[in-house]
Design a protein around this ligand. Structure first.
Ligand code: GDP
Ligand code: MG
Length: 749
């Protein structure tokens, strides 16, 4: 089968094109570095199916980071039948820099001028014919987003793939042309493929190249002795780069006609916005405020803090939808959707229960189905609307280009802690799911910086942890009548972020010292988020969530129900007696461990439920609330009513007399402890060795214990805050002295 590779600068639209060609739903983001591994799919609209490979974004073929090496190696070693060089036409000159390098490889290349919709809008015209002639490659204008021209592109690529192409260079008129020629001859003599490309890289003294072909390197070194350029001295790398850009401006730019000055206007508008948004001081408060708005829209029961002003309008008293728009005050869109689903699931479970009873199903069958399975699943699924609203809002921020700014703002701050701005993207991705986020850390050069980042990614609370936060904060508001659900969830997210920052500082100044990866990033232009792309994101999330709910979570709830309804002699226990179950027995063993965290031995009864829930969370974080749902259905004994997320926590609060600080500590524990199986497996894969991985697990356990204890202890006795401040001050002073080399000196070897 023929293989076509998509290569281009980060953010040029490769993944969008990949999705358009293959019907895949790979993650697209308006920031560089979203794709860090290659991805394959099939294009079926040609006489034969074509395998399409989406490569990580690259600015040049002199690789710098591991994911750039992936792209270079793929093109050179696997020799695709055609390289589709996707070019952001709104940024033509910079994007064609890579094209001038692809040109040197003996592989068919087709240039796809992407984002033509935007180019047209800005009143710029690009003469494709002229460009084609000047570059000497087929050029096709497309809009990957609107799937305009993509079939034509594939047709041209298919045509091109039929004939072999010999590489050529744009460096013909430079002083280095003879040296390149000599190197090429030497490489040809050695039987090296793509000799022209390698010859140019040798002249640039590219590290990989020098290591691979040490012999011809001598030719370059000899030449250096006799050569001196007025501007660049003997820095051949710079001379080559300069020549490429000069060639681009001299020849290729002829194809661009700016009709009106529209394009300029847009840029200055964007620049003006960035003056405020990425401001040195205001950037971070603006970020925090935007995040708060996101949480407010998703979780608030008191939307816009209107209080009871709209009571008459929202209560819908006496109708089937009573309380849909809030109870006393207006609810946020997230909560309205939540309520809507709640009405639906509740009626469904009620109906299922009635139906089973009429059919004469046995008590345990009804229990398993209604309490165990439906109770557990409903507890988790009920949060789906809020998860989707949150991700829709995140996607809007991402697609608009704002998240890329966040990376830029935070780079300044992170650098002080020993982290590169490149670490920000994986962290933000962590809000969605730790697994791709951990893979994304491949953009970090320094291994220790990577490890430190992987370790703190789970502290950026993922979508699966959201039900824990929402259910518990909802229950606190409902049962104790204090606070706002959105403020509580937001604060818990902030605690996670603060934990991450503190951990990074500690690690980077002790066991994980190392260089900080340089971070050069151009800010993508602000784009209006596209409905297609947003829906794709949300759909992806929904699909993943449902798949998980009906496999792993469903299976877990069944297991939980069985081990909680049978004792060691395999006798069926009724709801009132599940305290004697296998699960309760095992759970009680670990209860004392949680005493310093507030959800251990001090609870009057049912203390084991919390420990057990935390452990089932190691399989998938949604399990925590699913377990609550399954078990709470038994606690509220005597009647078979399904306990959904929030109300199951309320039932547990009443049964255990757990306190608010302990509930918050429980959230904090789950947010910072060992993440789910999938994330642990990924962390293992991305760890340099098993010792580092083992330490990562220990790190998660220790962190969750400390953070959770602090939340509980300070929450219960506020003045203990001073003790912790004192302890942390001492820790940081010691570390500061250590980094200055004043104490704990390492013995010289
Ligand atoms: P990659 O980094 O090269 O994989 O780029 P992506 O496919 O993730 O796209 C980067 C951004 O450009 C996303 O916000 C896309 O929605 C947007 N984008 C991609 N293609 C087009 C296009 O043809 N027109 C417009 N207006 N936007 C596009
Ligand atoms: Mg991509």
């Amino acid at each position: 089968m023929k293989k076509f590779a998509l290569a281009g600068n980060p953010n040029a639209g490769k993944t969008t094109l990949f999705n358009a060609l293959t019907g895949a739903t790979a993650h697209v983001g308006n920031w560089p570095g979203v794709t860090v591994d290659k991805r394959e799919g099939l294009y079926k609209k040609l006489p034969e199916p074509i395998s399409i490979i989406d490569l990580p974004g690259i600015y040049s073929l002199s690789p710098y980071t591991p994911e750039e090496v992936i792209s270079r190696n793929f093109i050179l070693k696997e020799h695709p039948d055609c390289v589709i060089n996707i070019v952001d036409a709104t940024n033509l000159e910079r994007n064609l820099y890579l094209t001038t390098q692809l040109l040197e490889i003996d592989v068919p290349v087709v240039v796809a001028l992407n984002m033509m919709d935007e180019v047209k809008k800005s009143g710029v015209e690009i003469d494709v014919k002229v460009l084609e002639e000047k570059i000497g490659l087929p050029v096709v204008s497309i809009s990957a987003l609107h799937t305009d021209g993509v079939d034509e592109l594939m047709r041209r690529a298919f045509e091109a793939s039929k004939t072999k192409r010999k590489g050529k260079t744009v460096l013909e008129n430079t002083e280095l042309v003879h040296l390149i020629g000599d190197c090429k001859i030497a490489l040809d003599g050695l039987g090296v493929e793509d000799s022209l490309f390698h010859a140019v890289k040798l002249v640039e003294m590219d590290e990989l190249e020098v290591a691979a072909h040490p012999q011809p390197t001598k030719v370059v070194e000899e030449f250096k002795k006799t050569f001196k350029d007025d501007t660049f001295g003997t820095d051949f790398d710079a001379i080559v780069a300069d020549a490429r850009y000069k060639h681009i401006t001299k020849h290729y730019t002829l194809a661009v006609k700016k009709a009106v000055q529209h394009g300029k206007d847009k840029n200055t508008k964007s620049d003006k916005a960035d003056k405020v948004i990425t401001h040195k001081i205001w950037g971070i408060p603006i970020f925090l405020a935007i995040m708060f708005v996101v949480f407010h829209l998703t979780f608030s029961e008191n939307f816009l803090f209107l209080g009871g002003l709209l009571e008459n309008w929202t209560s819908l008293e006496g109708t089937a939808f009573e309380g849909l728009f809030g109870d006393g005050s207006l609810a946020s869109p997230g909560v309205v959707l939540f309520n809507l689903l709640d009405v639906a699931t509740f009626s469904f479970i009620d109906w299922a229960n009635g139906a089973l009873t009429t059919l004469g199903a046995s008590e345990w069958a009804i229990g398993l189905l209604c309490d165990g399975i439906l109770g557990g699943l409903a507890g988790v699924l009920s949060f789906l609307p809020q998860i989707l609203v949150l991700f829709l809002l995140f996607s809007i921020l991402e697609d608009s280009g704002y998240m890329a700014r966040v990376a830029f703002i935070l780079d300044r701050l992170f650098r002080k802690f020993g982290l590169s701005g490149r670490a920000v993207m994986p962290m933000i991705m962590g809000f969605g799911c730790s697994v791709p986020a951990m893979v994304n850390t491949r953009t970090l050069l320094d291994q220790k910086e990577r490890t430190a980042t992987i370790r703190v990614i789970p502290f950026f609370s993922c979508g699966a942890k959201l039900p824990i936060l929402t259910a518990i904060s909802g229950a606190i508001v409902m049962r104790f009548g204090v606070g706002n659900a959105d403020v509580i969830t937001y604060s818990m997210y902030v605690i996670g972020i603060v934990t991450a920052i503190v951990s990074v500082i500690l690690m980077r100044s002790t066991s994980m010292k190392g260089d900080v990866t340089p971070f050069i990033m151009e800010l993508p232009t602000y784009r209006k988020p596209q409905a297609v792309s947003l829906l794709l994101h949300v759909w992806d999330k929904l699909k993943h969530f449902l798949e998980k709910a009906f496999t792993i979570i469903l299976a877990s709830t069944v297991v939980i129900w069985f081990v909680s309804h049978f004792n060691w002699n395999w006798q069926f226990l009724t709801d009132e007696n599940i305290d004697q179950s296998i699960l309760a027995g095992l759970g009680s063993l670990i209860v004392p461990l949680f005493t310093p965290l507030g959800f251990g031995s001090q609870l009057t009864s049912w203390a084991w439920v919390f420990g057990v829930a935390a452990i089932t969370g190691l399989i998938a974080k949604e399990n925590v609330i699913a377990t609550f749902g399954t078990l709470a259905a038994c606690i509220v004994s005597g009647f078979v009513e399904v306990e959904e997320g929030v109300s199951s926590v309320v039932a547990l609060i009443d049964a255990t007399s757990i306190t608010i600080p302990a509930l918050l500590a429980f959230i904090a524990f789950n947010m910072t402890t060992i993440p789910c199986f999938a994330a642990v497996a990924t962390a293992k894969l991305e760890s340099p060795n098993s010792k580092t991985f083992r330490n990562t697990l220990l790190f998660w356990l220790a962190t969750s214990y400390i953070v959770s204890m602090m939340v509980y202890v300070i929450g219960t006795w506020w003045w203990t805050a001073f003790i912790f401040v004192a302890i942390w001050t001492i820790v940081f002073v010691l570390i500061h002295l250590h980094t200055k080399g004043l104490i704990f000196k390492k013995k010289a070897l």
